[in-house]
Write a protein that binds this ligand. Sequence first.
Ligand code: PGA
Length: 329
Amino acid sequence: MPASTLARFQRITPQQLRAFEATARLLSVTKAAQELYVSQPTVSVQLRELAATTGQRLFETTGRQIRLTQAGEELYKAVRDVAACWQRFESRIAEINGLVSGRLRIAAVTTAEYFVPDLLGPFAAAHQGVEIELAIENRDRVVGRLHQGIDDLAVMMMPPDDLPLERIQFQINPLVIIASSKHALIDKKIELSELSNDRWLMREPGSGTRMAAEQHFDELGFKPNVVMSLGSNEAIKHAVAAGLGIAVLSQLAVQPALWPGRYTTGAGTQHNGPSDTSVLLQAGLGIMQVNNFPILRRWSVVWRKDSPLSAAARHFLDYLQASQSEPKV
Ligand code: PGA
């Protein structure tokens, strides 16, 4: 570190960084002071000293609101990096002492909500010192979180290409065409072209399910008559059961008991897991037997190559790989 940088670094106090972090997060000096149990002038002095040391304005005022300047944004990022680095250090020490602790942040796409809790349950029971935070969002939002480096790991079907990612692939995610159990073609083996007059329901733009379905339709040169977009798998299921149209959905969303299952390609999907067909029928739904379906995609757990994994995340990946190599029933 150059001497001038070191001199500036040595002038910065932990109190100044705490005052800055709280103010940047809450965008209020009053709230930061309340959170830190100090007076408002104390926070203001610390912020002024920090601005003087960095030689930068860190906040600007618009009306009665404050917001970070560009330099302030950069400092806020640096402070968060220091906090993350400290957290990794603590979890490394805990690991050296034989304990895995810390926070495990996972983002999962909405369809993964049908199995991620099953994966997390035994892991959480075996690692009681690990605090798990699970966020469920659609693909676009999970990709956004990966860009921002919010999570340790993300579970999704179609990881983005524009980020340096490591990945482990695991179970297959078959995407099937579902229809009302009363649909005239529900028990027939059919071609996709026979569904060109049907009304199609799609997940919202930004959904990975929608993206996979659109890619597959494009490859097959099929143009579905899309009449509605719905923002969740459950909404799609209810709308399809009500006869509003047909849709492409992960089979797990309609038959969650298939997890973990075995799937083979070929004339349709085969599995050796519990079939759960009664659940499907009770819901008023059926899976159509359409040539070139299901679309077989794999689930991946991904993480950023450019950010070191926490001990908790490494242990979760080891656990995931061990559980996948066990023979499935
Ligand atoms: P989504 O999930 O449709 O909820 O986005 C599928 C995926 O992206 O893997």
